[in-house]
Design a protein around this ligand. Sequence first.
Ligand SMILES: O=C(O)C1=C[C@@H](OP(=O)(O)O)[C@@H](O)[C@H](O)C1
Ligand SMILES: C=C(OP(=O)(O)O)C(=O)O
Length: 429
Amino acid sequence: MESMEFTKAISGLNGELAVPGDKSISHRAVMFGSIAKGLTEIRGFLQGADCLSTIACFRRMGVGIDNLGDRVLVHGNGMRGLKRPAGLLDCGNSGTTMRLISGILAAQNFDVTLTGDASIQKRPMKRIIDPLSMMGADIASVNKNGCAPLRIKGRRLTGIHYNSKVASAQVKSAVLLAGLYAQGETSVTEPALSRNHTELMLRHFGAAVNSCGATATISPADELFGTKVAVPGDISSAAYFIAGALMVPGSQVLIKGVGINPTRAGILKVCRDMGADLTLLNENHSGAEPTADLLVRHSPLSGTVVEGEVIPTLIDELPMIAAMACTAQGETVIKDAAELKVKESNRIAIMVESLNAMGADVTETEDGMIIRGGRPLHGAEIDSHLDHRIAMTFAVTALCADGVTAIKDAQCVNISYPGFYRDLEKLTE
Ligand SMILES: O=C(O)C1=C[C@@H](OP(=O)(O)O)[C@@H](O)[C@H](O)C1
Ligand SMILES: C=C(OP(=O)(O)O)C(=O)O
């Protein structure tokens, strides 16, 4: 497997770029387009391995999908038009694919088994099995360990009100998608509001969805209608360049067309709390999703506390935020983030171990970490554990560390950002 080496960026990160399309929105556009009637045209689709897994799953269920690169055409089969796939459906490394598709499959008139790679077979699926079962779904973990493979037998569903224990857009979306097919209304209340792309996009496809605080409610639908979706740049991908520019002296970066939906943009608040020089330009909209260009300049940073309701709005950015805090003066506390342990890897344990290997001073806690910033960082051998966010975080952290940082299995960035190293190199050359 491929290891890549990175060294200090002597004159910082400089220039402008547009990051690839948002992963969450790309998945949803293919899924909703597949069960809608007529054509859905997606622009700015993310060609990452996770989103390609979603395309592959729906093709296997008889949906015609033309992947033309930046443009994807989905010839929807309608809500009842999916076909039973021959064999297993492979969700690859993608939690979003597996959990959201389960909500749709729970209501089809066929049986199917979902599987994926070694990482996804360790991630918790009870969180969707429970609410979908309450709706009448027949869904089970094949190995009875609460994880994939999942066997789903389509059933008639009934709407429920579900109080979710976790703030998870994947859980919320699985239940709302099942709710499209159920008898009566379905609603989900979360402990804190997670990303609301499903609610916004389902409305755009013609569904009746209401949001009130951390509760989303959906009415059953007879049909969804194909439409156009313009996918904004992924703020989770932009996070690496935001942090890189803030951390490395001499940097100034303009990141164009980034989605800044408030349920996703917590990193902007945290950076500002830390003293970042960060300006939003050209604020606009892509459908219901707000966008902006982000101008970021190197800034002296200070420690902060990241906790509570902001956590779901920056959950995937926490590894990068933790590394950024190592270059800040003073202490940064990250808490209420136990969800990080059940991502592609245990992102708390791996961040603590790897940052300390680079000379940082980080302590693991039950639900986060404590980072005492300001210690000089040096290169180290970092195992990505095949987790794209870990690989990207350390490629950026290496830019402000002395010596060489070698990242094992660095190619795993293809999951969410295939051109990541090329874009990083352009800003540092
Ligand atoms: O709904 C989505 O598109 C996602 C939700 C989040 O997961 P959880 O719902 O498990 O928090 C996030 O970590 C993931 O990258 C994408
Ligand atoms: C957790 C992630 O994705 P997923 O849950 O879709 O695998 C991620 O992209 O960081």
